[in-house]
Design a protein around this ligand. Structure first.
Ligand code: NAD
Ligand code: UFG
Length: 338
């Protein structure tokens, strides 16, 4: 049988890079596209270094219909994993149109062309942000959805578009994956998360404090109704997340229909627990300055993982120590990023 041909949008981004490694190791042919707005072209070399296989990479914006058409015409694509998107919550509040244009209009352009070229298998990167403030944890896929910022709204809008598309034409097979908090890196230390400016997210911030790029971590709120007062999240190793995409592709290949599934560990970890784990693993002290809550943050969010297990036969394998150890190795090997 011919190798499956997978188009990966946002291919040089953090989660996509790790997924490309898994795809190549599985024997897929990978066509990567990215406009490099939030990633480095070096990622491609690193992926090839890890896997000793090559990727066909095209520097393309998903909103560029002409360029995208050329790619879709050139390859016989079996499925698409759609990672491309902007993800900075704060920026989405100050520049909402940028987010709707990139994340929503970009996806519309992509979907229109996939429809035109008869490509009907899609995996979409959604987010636990669509649960807003969960009424109960662990949060299941049937929980009510809402958005508290334009970034979250862009994810919710795309999810709703996808549901309408499937309703109109049931030959589509779409997997909507709601990621919880991806952290860690490939254990080669060659690829990892490389935030362009000040990191918004906890783990990259801790890593930059540990390496000496920043003096301390600001703890956003120590008065949440949690065990130690700090926010609780479901951190998931990026390689587990990457494997989840392969499991989703397998399911789409074997069964009709579409599904939405959480990708998390099902375990809640507080900010202070994450800091302690990183200190243990790195041997560094992470100074913490307690400050006010960050606007829009929820107290506690972690996943119900039953559906992922039943539908995909997938579960996260790596624990918090491994997440911190791999993140730290990546940070030490690449103190200034790529
Ligand atoms: P990332 O920024 O590292 O990767 C996204 C990639 O998409 C970048 O390489 C960027 O250059 C590219 N891109 C953006 N707009 C594009 C466009 N118009 N055309 C072509 N390429 C474009 O982010 P990530 O953390 O790897 O996230 C990947 C996806 O997962 C995103 O859709 C994000 O919203 C979603 N997600 C991420 C998280 C998280 O915490 N990292 C959580 C939930 C969901
Ligand atoms: N935190 C700090 N200090 C920091 C950064 C974060 O105390 O410098 C705390 C936050 O208050 C929160 C926890 O660490 O309690 C995790 O924060 P992150 O920003 O790493 O993750 P969030 O769950 O808040 O948000 C992330 C993405 C969103 C996405 C959401 C759900 O940033 O885009 O997960 O998927 F919507």
């Amino acid at each position: 049988m011919a190798e499956p041909v997978i188009l990966v949008t946002g291919a040089t981004g953090y989660i996509a890079a790790h997924t490309c490694v898994c795809l190549l190791e599985r024997g897929c042919k990978v066509i990567g596209i990215d406009n490099l707005s939030n990633s480095s072209p070096r990622v491609i070399e690193r992926i090839q270094q890890i896997t000793r296989r090559s990727i066909d990479f095209h520097r393309i914006d998903i909103r560029n219909q002409t360029a995208l058409t050329a790619v879709l015409k050139h390859y016989r694509i079996d499925a698409v994993i759609h990672f491309a998107g902007l993800k900075a919550v704060g920026e989405s509040v100050s520049e909402p149109l940028k987010y709707f244009d990139n994340n929503v209009c970009g996806t519309v352009t992509l979907l229109r062309l996939l429809q035109q070229y008869g490509i009907r298998k899609l995996v979409f990167s959604s987010s636990a942000t669509v649960y807003g403030e969960p009424a109960a944890v662990p949060v299941g896929e049937a929980a009510p959805t809402s958005a508290t910022n334009p970034y979250g709204r862009s994810k919710l809008m795309v999810e709703q578009m996808l549901q309408d598309i499937v309703r109109a034409d049931n030959s589509w097979r779409i997997a909507t994956l709601r990621y919880f908090n991806p952290v860690g890196a490939h254990d080669s230390g060659l690829i990892g998360e490389d935030p362009r400016d000040i990191p918004n997210n906890l783990m990259p911030y801790i890593a930059q404090v540990a390496i000496g790029r920043r003096p301390y971590l600001q703890l956003f709120g120590d008065d949440y109704p949690t065990e130690d007062g700090s926010g609780v999240r479901d951190y998931i190793h990026v390689m587990d997340l990457a494997r989840g995409h392969l499991a989703a592709l397998d399911r789409l290949s074997a069964h009709d229909g579409s599904f939405t599934v959480n990708l998390g560990t099902g375990r809640g970890v507080s900010v202070l627990q994450a800091v302690a784990a990183f200190e243990r693993v790195s041997g560094k002290v992470i100074p913490v300055q307690r400050t006010a809550r960050r606007a829009g943050d929820v107290a506690t969010c972690y996943a119900s993982v039953h559906r992922a297990s039943e539908l995909l036969g997938w579960h996260a394998e790596h624990d918090l120590e491994k997440m911190c150890a791999d993140h730290w190795r990546w940070q030490c090997n690449n103190p200034e990023g790529y």
